[in-house]
Design a binder for this molecule. Structure first.
Ligand SMILES: [Zn+2]
Length: 103
């Protein structure tokens, strides 16, 4: 998975196409992500206790990570992600456009 929690991504398809937002969660099991303010679904909750009101909660639903593109924090463009490895270091992500190490 090339997208990580906290990344800024751009939505490529669907009703939120063109929007950007922060990745709130990454689900590795099925390759989906949730993005702040994107793909909002409404959930109606019933009152649980007496006197409590039922309400409508908006929450971002997961969307496939292939439908989002990473926005490089350095050059601000949507980019593909490459990897660099140095001896004795962890694999790090790099912007394919400006070659900046992202994390
Ligand atoms: Zn870049």
């Amino acid at each position: 998975m090339k997208i990580k929690k906290g990344d800024i991504v751009k939505i490529l398809t669907g009703t939120s196409k063109g929007k950007t937002g922060k990745v709130l969660n990454v689900f590795l099991q099925n390759g989906t992500v949730t993005v702040e303010g994107v793909n909002l679904h409404k959930k109606h909750t019933r009152p649980r206790k007496q006197g409590q009101q039922g309400q409508v909660v908006e929450f971002p639903a997961p969307l496939p990570s292939s439908k989002v593109a990473l926005v490089c924090p350095k050059c601000g463009k949507t980019t593909r992600v490459g990897y660099v490895m140095k001896a004795g270091e962890k694999k790090r992500r790099v912007c394919k456009k400006c070659r900046t190490i992202i994390d």
